[in-house]
Write a protein that binds this ligand. Structure first.
Ligand code: C5P
Length: 222
C-alpha cells in the first residue's frame, strides 16, 4: 500500500484547507497547511518591524526565528519561537500582507525546503499555491481547487461571522481578488494550475461533494 503525496492548490478561500483536512483524515494521512507557514513568517516580520518586501532582511529573520508546526488532522498548531500564533495568523492584517512576503525568493526557498522534508515519506495531503508545480512536482495526485470570487468571499464572510469578526462582503471580495492577483502574477512560483492537475470547481458543491470527488480521483490513481 503506497503512501501517496497529494497536492491541493488553488486561490484564497476555495476550500482547500477544509477539504484537505477531511481527505487526510479519511486516508489516515498527515495534513500540512503551507499557507500557515507564509502567514507565520508575515506575523514575525510585522512583530519585528521587518520590511515586508526586503528579501535579505526576511532571509535573515527566517534563519533566526524558529517556526514550528505540529501537524494533525485538526490542522496545524503554529508557533513562532515560544509564541503560539495559530489564531493570530488568521487575522485580516496578516491576510492582507502575506502575499507581499510570499513573493520574496528567500522566504519561498526556505519554506519550500521545509515542506519537501515534511512530505518526503508520502502519506501527506499538502495544500497551498505551488505544491503541484514547485514543492512536490512528482506528487501522484494533484488537485486544483477553484470557486468564483463571489462564492469565496461569502464563505470567508460566514467564517468570520462565526468567529465574531464582522466584515464587509464587498470589501472581502476585493481583498480576495487582490490576493489572487498578487499570487498569480508574482515572478517566483506563481499560483498556476499544474499541467497534470485535475481542476475541481467547488462553487456549486458542498464540502462532502468535493471530498467525494477528490477521493474518487485518488482511488483512480492508487
Ligand atoms: O492558503 P492561505 O490563504 O492561508 O495562504 C496565505 C498566502 O500564503 C497566500 O495568499 C499566498 O500568498 C501564500 N502562499 C504561497 N504559497 C503556498 C501557500 C501560501 O505563496 N504554497
Amino acid at each position: 500500500n503506497d503512501l501517496l503525496q497529494i497536492a491541493i492548490d488553488g486561490p484564497a478561500s476555495a476550500g482547500k484547507s477544509t477539504v484537505a483536512k477531511l481527505v487526510a483524515h479519511q486516508l489516515g494521512y498527515v495534513y500540512c497547511d503551507t499557507g500557515a507557514m507564509y502567514r507565520a513568517v508575515t506575523w514575525a516580520a510585522l512583530k519585528r518591524g521587518v520590511k515586508l518586501d526586503d528579501n535579505l532582511a526576511l532571509e535573515e529573520m527566517v534563519a533566526e526565528i524558529k517556526i514550528s508546526f505540529t501537524p494533525s488532522d485538526e490542522g496545524q498548531r503554529v508557533y513562532v519561537d515560544q509564541d503560539e500564533v495559530t489564531d493570530d495568523i488568521r487575522l485580516p492584517e496578516i491576510a492582507n500582507n502575506v502575499s507581499t512576503v510570499a513573493a520574496q525568493l528567500s522566504v519561498r526557498e526556505a519554506l519550500t525546503k521545509r515542506q519537501q522534508e515534511i512530505a518526503f515519506k508520502g502519506g501527506i495531503v499538502m495544500d497551498g499555491r505551488d505544491i503541484g508545480t514547485t514543492v512536490l512536482p512528482d506528487a501522484q495526485v494533484k488537485i486544483f481547487l477553484v470557486a468564483s470570487v463571489k462564492e469565496r468571499a461569502l464563505r470567508r464572510f460566514k467564517e468570520n461571522k462565526a468567529k465574531g469578526i464582522m466584515a464587509d462582503l464587498e470589501q472581502l471580495e476585493q481583498e480576495i481578488a487582490e490576493r489572487d492577483r498578487k499570487d498569480s502574477t508574482r515572478a517566483v512560483s506563481p499560483l498556476v494550475q499544474a499541467a497534470d492537475a485535475v481542476k475541481v470547481d467547488t462553487t456549486m458543491l458542498s464540502i462532502e461533494q468535493v471530498v467525494a470527488k477528490i477521493m474518487g480521483i485518488i482511488q483512480k490513481k492508487s
